[in-house]
Design a protein around this ligand. Structure first.
Ligand SMILES: [Zn+2]
Length: 93
């Protein structure tokens, strides 16, 4: 999927803008792997093999996405994911 196409997408829940984090692209600058983050509800949508996964929560399998998120952890800006939403990591004190 091309970057320009992705920038036209919005969050399926609240139609808010989504922010794109590019992880890998091919030689034509098509995005192969990336993360879309809703600027409003903070839901994250992975892009896998060029396809954005933007299903409603009930059709998503967190267990299937978990390995991806672990692999992409350094792109999550120190945050973690709960219920498909990006959240600040709980302070462990
Ligand atoms: Zn949203």
């Amino acid at each position: 999927m091309h970057k320009k196409t992705i920038q036209k997408l919005c969050c399926p829940f609240d139609k808010a803008d989504i922010e794109l984090t590019i992880i890998t692209t091919d030689m034509d600058e098509h995005i192969l792997e990336g993360i879309l983050t809703c600027t409003n509800c903070q839901r994250i949508y992975p892009i896998v093999s060029g396809i954005p996964i933007m299903n409603p929560d009930e059709y998503r399998e967190f267990e299937m996405e978990k390995p991806l998120l672990e692999k992409w952890e350094k792109h999550l800006k120190g945050k973690s994911v709960e219920n498909f939403k990006l959240v600040a990591k709980a302070e462990l004190e």
